[in-house]
Design a protein. Structure first.
Length: 241
């Protein structure tokens, strides 16, 4: 079965939405970055696996798009963002102590577990992400619990975008653009109008396969040279060429 490696440069289009996105992520981590890029060069030069890079998108965007069209595949990684994908994908998640299937939500504080279980993307929008320098919107303490109760009611009626805008204004849309996978600009629901895109997500159409067909085809074209080399080497192994 094919295994895809998604690689990306440092020019994420998310920085156009929020210039401080991942501002502190790679500070003093030159050795780690060199190790990652060394592995990427090895895979690319030796064509060990299909390799995919789409300008402006991040690796998790491409993995997410792949999973939407290959729902039986298992994602192995340390990125909690994948829990927002539809159809409850199997995620082999590393929780810093061991690998396990889908344990992330179970370890959250009780008052946010229902939110994360019902709509993980909404959880990400409200809680932000310290690692990516995305601001938290949800209040803390009793007020935060009340906000969760309110937003879940609006989510049931497909009006969560209205609630977010009323409570947090433009920053709610920016947070959504930063955390949603795959990246929102590939959504066909009038990608040039931010409000329409936001409504597309709130109504539950965001992850429809048709919205992501263009990106998936682009990924397949990107991986084709490596896949051809891989197939030829396999044939040689069995003395078929």
């Amino acid at each position: 079965k094919d295994v895809a490696i998604a690689a990306v440069d440092s020019k994420s289009v998310r920085k156009q939405l929020y210039p401080d996105y991942k501002k502190y992520r790679n500070v003093d981590k030159d050795a780690v970055l060199e190790m990652v890029w060394s592995l990427r060069r090895e895979v690319e030069n030796d064509k060990l696996l299909p390799l995919c890079q789409i300008d402006g998108l991040e690796a998790d965007d491409l993995v997410a798009c792949w999973q939407i069209f290959n729902p039986d595949d298992v994602i192995v990684g340390v990125d909690k963002d994948f829990f927002q994908l539809p159809n409850e994908p199997d995620i082999f998640y590393h929780n810093m102590k061991s690998f396990d299937f889908n344990p992330f939500v179970e370890h959250l504080p009780n008052y946010v577990q229902e939110l994360a279980s019902q709509n993980f993307a909404l959880y990400q929008i409200l809680l932000g992400d310290v690692a990516d320098n995305i601001p938290r919107l949800l209040a803390k303490g009793k007020q935060g619990k009340q906000q969760i109760e309110e937003v879940l009611k609006y989510d049931d009626f497909g009006e969560v975008d209205c609630w977010l805008l009323d409570n947090f204004g433009e920053q709610a849309k920016i947070n959504a653009g930063l955390v949603l996978l795959p990246f929102y600009t590939y959504c066909d629901f009038d990608i040039y109008t931010f409000n329409d895109w936001f409504e597309c997500w709130a109504l539950g159409h965001y992850y429809d396969q048709g919205n992501w067909q263009r990106l998936y085809l682009k990924m397949q074209q990107c991986m084709l040279p490596n896949r051809v080399k891989q197939d030829v080497e396999t044939l040689k192994m069995f003395s078929l060429v």
